[in-house]
Design a protein around this ligand. Structure first.
Ligand SMILES: Nc1ncnc2c1ncn2[C@@H]1O[C@H](COP(=O)(O)OP(=O)(O)O)[C@@H](O)[C@H]1O
Ligand SMILES: [Mg+2]
Length: 256
């Protein structure tokens, strides 16, 4: 945690209900410390691992929506875009009422719209392998990098599995299993049935994950589009989650 403190400090002006709130920074015994809100339920990864059964589908959908809103804020709140670069369930904390809060901005990269830098190339590749899209391995950073990672998080929330889970197939990660399932129909994707997912929601989230996990980054949505899709899944409780309908509804904008 300590190595990325100074980098985190630069981002303290980003304040949103779905981001961990920074209170202050101080030096104690020559150590730089940041004080932030304590988020009672710890990380989403631990929660899925230990108590997945207590997280029903409504809570999980709300978590998906909260993460989307937090990322959308980082991507759009200022004239510069902040790409988090390490979106993963370890970096999503849950409050007592299971509101999602993104933490750990140490790897965040600010992209400057003014210079039209939608995408930048870095020589320093970082992040967490199981959550990284193909272009990140060539040092390419854009907001769509976070979208891909968000797609992996959706798979974890749907399945309750770790992103390193590979089932019985010869693929390294959960995302590989998902592609085998979706694109080649070669294997079943494990769904955490303890969440009591209604079929429409399952299908809707799988479609959303598929979109976020497109190999070509330009084909992935931006987060305001994802957010609309999430809101729609949540609000339209009884509406069949047909992908084409949801995609048409992308004109809705994500409320902050
Ligand atoms: N504000 C917080 N409230 C509760 N737990 C936290 C908080 N910040 C971090 N943690 C716990 O510490 C872990 C690591 O924190 P993080 O900020 O992601 O640092 P690192 O750089 O080590 O990944 C998190 O996954 C979470 O379990
Ligand atoms: Mg972390």
């Amino acid at each position: 945690m300590a190595t990325s403190l100074s980098s985190e400090l630069k981002k303290i002006y980003y304040q949103h209900p779905n981001l961990v709130r920074f209170h202050t920074a101080l030096v104690v015994d020559k150590h730089l410390c940041i004080v932030m809100e304590l988020v009672a339920n710890g990380s989403l990864r631990i929660m899925l691992k230990n108590e997945g059964g207590n997280l029903d589908y409504k809570i999980r959908l709300n978590i998906c929506k909260g993460i989307a809103k937090g990322i959308n804020y980082l991507h759009t709140a200022y004239s510069t875009h902040l790409v988090h670069r390490d979106i993963k369930t370890d970096n999503v904390l849950l409050t007592e009422d299971y509101t999602a809060k993104i933490c750990d901005f140490g790897l965040g990269k600010i992209l400057c719209q003014k210079f039209n830098s939608e995408t930048v190339i870095t020589s320093h590749i970082c992040g967490t392998e199981a959550y990284l899209p193909p272009e990140a391995l060539q040092g390419k950073v854009s907001r769509r990098l976070d979208i891909y990672s968000y797609g992996v998080v959706l798979l974890e929330i749907l399945s309750g599995k770790s992103p390193l889970y590979n089932g019985s197939e010869k693929c390294r990660f959960l995302v590989g299993l998902f592609h085998l399932h979706y694109n080649h129909n070669r294997t079943a994707f494990p769904i955490d049935e303890t969440a009591n997912w209604p079929n429409d929601y399952k299908r809707g989230l799988m479609e959303l994950a598929k979109w976020c996990l497109k190999t070509k980054y330009r084909k992935r949505p931006l987060m305001n589009q994802v957010g609309s899709k999430n809101s729609l899944i949540i609000i339209r409780n009884n509406f069949p989650c047909c992908a084409s309908y949801i995609i048409k509804a992308l004109i809705l904008h994500l409320p902050r």
